[in-house]
Design a protein around this ligand. Structure first.
Ligand code: 3PG
Length: 205
């Protein structure tokens, strides 16, 4: 389990996701997140700049999760760069055991009931629901609520400002992941971050 990650996500309501295509402006983005009270974020390991971005954002004081982690080799690199937690698009039992042995929070992706059951069998009950919109979004999560009462989801994939509140209103949703928040100019990002203030009265730094 990952009590610190769970508490942080519950307070944050949104997990901002960055796929770094440049390192320019990275510090500004990190500062904007911290100023808006977001201290947890995810950087996906999808570009050659990802590990350096994790190092730099960590140095600012952010808790940075490595996303799109597919195997232990990537997880080791992410950990060495300072990642505080791991996120996968799917569920990897090997990665789950590896992370557990190190005490590193792991947020695996699931989409189907079978995958949720597999995660539960591994002792994981905080799960990313991915790709959320393509897998039925709010309707699917509503159907999961009575079947998997102890599970809390972080839906991610295709969620934007129009759909965010409907997800957050669900009892089994802790927070939503999304890249939309960090897209655009720094001023646009700041405006979007400010706009989320009403959803997250308890956000902690
Ligand atoms: C992820 O890495 O989880 C997704 O790419 C994020 O989805 P989004 O880009 O649709 O927000």
């Amino acid at each position: 389990m990952a009590p610190a990650l769970e508490a942080a996500l519950a307070a944050a309501k949104v997990l901002p996701i960055l796929t770094p295509r440049t390192l320019e402006g990275l510090e500004g983005l990190g500062e904007a997140l911290l100023e808006a009270g977001f201290s947890w974020m995810e950087v996906t390991l999808r570009t050659p700049l990802a590990l350096e971005a994790i190092r730099r954002l960590r140095a600012l004081g952010l808790e940075v999760g490595a996303g799109t982690v597919l195997n232990e080799a990537q997880a080791e690199e992410a950990l060495a760069a300072g990642a505080s937690f791991l996120v996968s698009p799917g569920l990897s039992p090997g990665l789950a055991r590896w992370a557990e042995a190190l005490g590193l929070p792991y947020l695996p992706g699931v989409a189907t009931p079978t995958e949720v059951q597999e995660a539960l069998a591994l002792g994981l009950r905080l799960l990313k629901f991915f790709p959320a919109e393509a897998m039925g979004g709010v309707r699917t999560l509503k159907a999961y609520a009575p079947v998997f009462p102890g599970v809390r989801f972080v839906p991610t994939g295709g969620i934007g400002p129009e759909t965010l509140e409907a997800y957050l209103a669900l009892e089994n949703v802790l927070a939503c992941g999304g890249s939309w928040l960090l897209e655009g100019s720094l001023e646009e990002v700041r405006t979007k971050l400010r706009g989320l203030g009403k959803l997250r009265p308890q956000a902690q730094r």
